[in-house]
Design a binder for this molecule. Structure first.
Ligand code: MN
Length: 323
């Protein structure tokens, strides 16, 4: 179902991601390669709210018009011509009942994966990682998670709340949803996690790369190690917390931390992993438009998705090509 006229500019018409067709009926998703799913949930934040407005702003952070198209000049591929990409709208939300919204997201992602497409979830706060990754891991158990984030999000509780945006990766590992060895974190900096959380991560087999290491060794060298660390997994789940970027590049987020990545480093890193592993699922979280300036945070999130889709498109094109 098309919601846009083919000739209209980006600022006109329906706000699907990159103006791809809106396909709300799961039964009609079968022919799609990628389904965008919004998760406008921010009931679980510990500080500044607003990420419930994230999916909409990420979808709108595009300047092209007409038919969906995005020729990636470095990869020489257009994901919108190589892949069938649709927007499945937003998962059901229950304002004030974040747990119910998280449960609904898990069901939505499971249903979409069952229908065929790979999911790209637009958050929302990072609490959505638990239901999202649980659904993807149930569908594809041989998945490794690469998490770009300032914070490890490995507390057991935040303000006595278990299903906080600061806890999903702890519970995913402790509940056995993903083995600790299948979680690699990139970009940690600032003043949390505390030593006890690093000790837990070490004992659980979780690997991490602090921002300090990215600065000293460069993102390409760090990503060499990340790929080695996930080499035994056949598939990749990409969890991108936009606060991994420096607040200069992503002010519109709930818990910003100075000293982070430049957008171009993150884009390169995302491209790299998505080129080398099969993408089983992806999420971009913690975009809080009320704290954004000139839409730069939403734009960065939108381009992170485009970068991954371009890499997926090139990877599938290469796999299809006769040898
Ligand atoms: Mn996070």
């Amino acid at each position: 179902m098309l919601v846009n006229r083919p000739s209209e500019p980006a600022y006109s018409g329906g706000p699907t991601f990159q103006k791809v067709p809106l396909v709300l009926d799961v039964a009609e998703l079968g022919t799609a390669d990628i389904a965008i799913v919004g998760a406008p949930i921010d009931d679980m934040v510990s500080h500044r709210p607003g990420t419930r407005f994230g999916p909409r702003e990420i979808r709108l952070a595009v300047d092209g018009g007409g038919e969906p198209a995005a020729w990636h000049m470095d990869l020489s591929v257009d994901p919108f011509s190589e892949l069938v990409i649709v927007d499945h709208g937003d998962s059901a939300v229950f304002p004030g009942n974040g747990v119910a919204s998280l449960e609904a997201l898990r069901a939505t992602v499971s249903a979409v994966l069952g229908a065929g497409p790979t999911t790209v979830v637009l958050g929302g706060d990072h609490s959505i990682a638990y239901p999202d990754i649980a659904a993807v891991a149930a569908h594809n158990p041989d998945v490794a998670v690469v998490q770009f984030d300032t914070h490890a999000d490995t507390a057991t509780e935040i303000w006595d709340v278990k299903w906080s945006h600061g806890t999903p990766f702890r519970h995913l590992v402790d509940d056995g949803v993903i083995p600790g060895e299948r979680l690699v974190q990139v970009g940690l900096r600032g003043y949390w996690p505390f030593p006890e959380e690093f000790e837990w991560a070490h004992s659980a087999g979780v690997r991490w790369h602090r921002m300090e290491e990215v600065i000293e060794r460069g993102i390409e060298n760090v990503m060499d190690d990340v790929l080695e660390e996930i080499s035994d997994a056949s598939a990749l789940f990409l969890s991108v917390d936009i606060d991994v970027l420096d607040p200069a590049f992503a002010p519109g987020t709930g818990t910003p931390e100075p000293g982070g990545m430049a957008t171009r480093e993150l884009l390169r890193a995302v491209r790299r992993v998505a080129l080398e592993k099969d993408l089983a699922g992806m999420e971009v979280v913690e975009v809080s438009p009320p704290y954004d300036h000139a839409g730069i945070t939403a734009m960065a999130a939108h381009r992170v998705v485009l970068e991954a889709l371009s890499a997926v498109a090139l990877r599938r094109k290469r796999n299809r090509a006769p040898r």
